[in-house]
Design a protein. Structure first.
Length: 327
């Protein structure tokens, strides 16, 4: 007759120290506590930054500077803080960077996810990760030593001479090399790893069964990529584009070194520009010594914060709509 074992630990003379369920419960509570602290800390940090910028924006308005905020007059000695040249310079450089990096990053991600030979994947992936790890000041030095002479001595005479009369965007008004184009090229290289990595990962996350089903129905490989992979990964690809845009929009050091930093609104790719981030970095000492300067520069930071936050909100809403449409 079989012996009934009510407690296997007692049967094998095994003494357990404490109740394992109680221990797991304590670990779960401790983990929850740490996660809650981390979440609250992140929310507090973001809220404190937003509050600081908003407070100084209100002070900026109280000083009577708001009516001139969208003018092109930057004369701090006369109390004129016009941000139009800096906002325009930031948008010019960001649009140029995204125009260059978007097709390159998108096509590279498709190649990495669908077509690349296995032997090439690791070295190419390592190269992309290396690009992501290079400090921005190194990109700026590369742009200063290589790209500025290239734009000044070759691209500006060639493009401006052939297209400048017909298309004002290519007109060479000042040929010093420090320009929207130079800054846009540097930024495009800097944001490429973000766009490639995110787009590739979301494409690889598409189940293989979907691809196999399309191929079984007679679709070519490119048709499968176009109608199945890209459709399923569209929301993730769009998120990668927005993250790349925000990265380009907020870059400081590399752009500061190659954009030219002239407080005028650019009208051509070869004009110098002065982004908002470079404005803040260049005038930190004045901010510490003059209250009105501090209000103006923190208002520039508030402008950057607001634009970036708005793009993130629009991106989330768009991604939600894409996911609903895909279903």
């Amino acid at each position: 007759m079989a012996t009934s074992i009510k407690n296997p630990h007692t049967f094998f003379n095994f003494q357990e120290k404490g109740d394992p369920r109680s221990l797991r419960s304590k670990i779960d509570k401790l983990s929850t506590c740490f996660l809650a602290i981390a979440s609250v800390s992140s929310i507090f940090a973001a809220s404190s930054i937003a509050a600081l910028l908003l407070y100084n924006f209100v002070k900026f308005c109280e000083q009577g500077f708001l009516p001139n905020i969208l003018s092109d007059a930057w004369l701090p000695s006369k109390g004129k803080y016009g941000f139009l040249p800096f906002i325009a310079g930031t948008l010019w450089i960001t649009v140029v960077a995204m125009t260059i990096s978007l097709p390159l990053g998108f096509l590279t991600a498709i190649f990495m996810a669908e077509y690349i030979p296995r032997k090439l994947y690791s070295p190419v992936k390592s190269l992309i990760e290396l690009l992501a790890g290079i400090p921005s000041v190194v990109y700026g030095m590369w742009g200063l030593m290589i790209l500025i002479p290239l734009v000044r001595d070759h691209l500006a005479p060639l493009i401006g001479g052939s297209l400048g009369e017909a298309l004002p965007i290519f007109r060479v008004n000042v040929n010093a090399g420090f320009s929207v184009l130079a800054a846009g090229i540097v930024l495009s290289i800097m944001v490429l790893p973000i766009m490639i990595s995110i787009s590739e990962e979301v494409m690889r996350a598409v189940p293989m069964e979907y691809r196999e089903a399309a191929l079984a129905l007679g679709a070519t490989r490119w048709q499968t990529v176009k109608t199945v992979t890209l459709r399923q990964a569209s929301s993730g690809i769009f998120a990668g584009i927005i993250l790349s845009f925000c990265r380009a929009f907020g870059e400081t050091m590399a752009v500061l070194m190659v954009a030219g930093n002239v407080a005028t609104t650019p009208s051509s790719l070869f004009d110098p520009a002065y982004p908002l981030t470079a404005l803040i970095a260049n005038h930190l000492l004045e901010m510490l010594s003059t209250p009105s300067y501090a209000y103006a520069l923190l208002t520039a930071g508030f402008t950057l914060f607001t634009i970036t936050f708005s793009f993130n909100v629009v991106a989330r809403l768009t991604i939600r709509q894409l996911r609903r449409a895909r279903r």
